[in-house]
Design a protein around this ligand. Structure first.
Ligand SMILES: Cc1cc2nc3c(=O)[nH]c(=O)nc-3n(C[C@H](O)[C@H](O)[C@H](O)COP(=O)(O)OP(=O)(O)OC[C@H]3O[C@@H](n4cnc5c(N)ncnc54)[C@H](O)[C@@H]3O)c2cc1C
Length: 409
């Protein structure tokens, strides 16, 4: 970006996984409308995935998300880094209920895919920087925004500390769960803390996982092990262990042998012996929802609109469905009413109404599974075990659960 006070049809603030994916989805729809798209991010966009790293963080992409990336022409670049989830095994430690979901139950080749974030980000960033219809301004930070009669005015500060002012017909705010801009605009957030933390780390184990993902409910809270691609010497998985707030620090700080022992005791031996635990991180579990997602010339996407907790593995998946729907709505609007109409409130309202039931259902699904399975009350334990048994013998219930987890509605 060289000139100042430029006008763009769509300015995306935040080039994280959500903002970056959205800009590419919109540009993919942008064949006839010639929308001018600008993406601004405070950090430089890394285009190299870097060296293999045992501790690399990963994301479980649903089957539905994979379809969105495939349609956008991105999947071919992502596929070689993605580990397919063929089965999900759900069980309750010390109780009888268990359920197993196969990809064949829903007639797909995989229930989802686990991909390291570094590969996902590098693929998106490379495409963003190469795309002829997207301008990228990074590293540059958005300082101030204000509503105007025709959209939004955005003040961006680049590396050289020089501020530029940009006018946008539509500002897509995708600046994550700690948005300064959201508070600047007076958009209120609803927060629901769960008094629990997610302990995240990669682990190595004796047996190959064979594409099996595990969700196990234990006395300390639910724990999930997702399949990761093996390193040269080790079978590897991503552990997400939900622990009560008051126990989180003690479990995280256990010496490695003690940690592996505690994990093995709760998980059992389905993957053989746990042999290694990588760097451990703790995330407080909070549900955060923006009270407004749209205004004339403004739409919120991704964590700034709804931050789900990591245990549900639905945050990015839900945001991608929103991003895909928004990109289609904007392309249609520009085609019918011209590029200047992409900030139209009525169209944004229709987009949001169409997404609302998916958003509500996903939030409810992740909220319910967290509260139900974290509960140590014996009556609740019996209930959820019956639920697991019921799900295993009742194909429609199993299919419903699988479709939620797969991001298919
Ligand atoms: C441990 C963990 C595990 C998870 N696992 C899964 C999973 O398996 N499946 C799943 O679907 N989801 C998962 N999620 C959720 C998922 O990671 C998030 O939903 C997603 O990354 C949100 O991306 P975002 O782009 O909205 O926000 P962010 O990733 O926070 O990106 C925001 C971007 O905005 C930029 N920015 C901020 N402020 C400004 C500014 N003023 N000016 C310019 N740029 C700015 C930042 O630099 C950043 O690049 C997980 C989350 C966690 C924490």
């Amino acid at each position: 970006m060289t000139e100042k006070n430029q006008h763009y049809d769509v300015v995306v603030i935040g080039g994280g996984l959500v903002g970056g994916s959205f800009a590419l989805l919109l540009a993919g729809q942008n064949r006839q409308q010639n929308l001018r798209i600008l993406l601004v991010d405070a950090m430089p966009l890394a285009t190299a995935a870097g060296e293999p790293d045992f501790d690399a963080r990963s994301t479980a992409l649903s089957w539905g998300s994979h379809l969105i990336y495939r349609q956008a022409g991105l999947w071919d670049d992502l596929a070689s880094h993605a580990c397919a989830i063929k089965d999900i095994h759900v069980s309750d430690r010390g109780h009888f209920g268990a359920a197993r979901l196969h990809n064949t139950d829903v007639d797909v080749s995989a229930l989802g895919f686990v991909i390291e974030n570094r590969h996902l980000a590098a693929t998106l960033n490379k495409r963003l920087l190469e795309h002829p219809d997207i301008e990228v301004c990074s590293p540059a930070s958005v300082q101030r925004v204000r509503h105007t009669a025709t959209g939004m005015q955005i003040e961006v500060q680049g590396q050289d500390q020089v501020a530029s002012t940009i006018d946008a017909s539509l500002m897509v705010l995708a600046d994550g769960g700690r948005s300064d801009i959201c508070s600047q605009l007076g958009i209120q957030l609803e927060r629901k803390p769960y008094q629990q933390h997610a302990l995240i780390c990669n682990v190595a184990f004796e047996h190959p996982h064979q594409g099996l993902a595990f969700e196990r409910f234990t006395d300390t809270g639910p724990l999930a092990v997702l399949p990761l691609s093996d390193t040269e010497q080790e079978h590897r998985g991503a552990l997400v262990w939900t622990v009560a707030e008051q126990e989180a620090a003690a479990i995280t700080q256990l010496p490695e042998a003690g940690f592996l022992h505690a994990l093995q005791e709760r998980f059992g031996t389905r993957l053989g012996r746990f042999t290694r635990a990588g760097a451990r991180s703790l995330y407080p579990l909070t549900l955060m929802l923006a009270r407004e997602q749209i205004r004339p010339g403004l739409v919120l996407l991704g964590n700034v609109a709804h931050t789900l907790h990591p245990v549900a593995g639905q945050g990015l998946n839900l945001a991608l469905r929103d991003a895909d729907a928004l990109a289609q709505a904007l392309a249609e609007q520009a085609e019918t009413h011209g590029a200047a109409a992409v900030g139209d409130y009525l169209m944004l309202e229709q987009y949001l109404q169409a997404q609302q039931s998916d958003q509500n259902l996903t939030v409810m699904f992740s909220d319910l599974t967290t509260r139900l399975f974290a509960n140590r009350n014996p009556a609740m334990a019996a209930g959820r075990n019956l639920g697991l048994l019921f799900m295993d013998v009742m194909p429609p219930a199993k299919q419903w659960f699988a479709r939620q987890a797969m991001g298919l509605r």
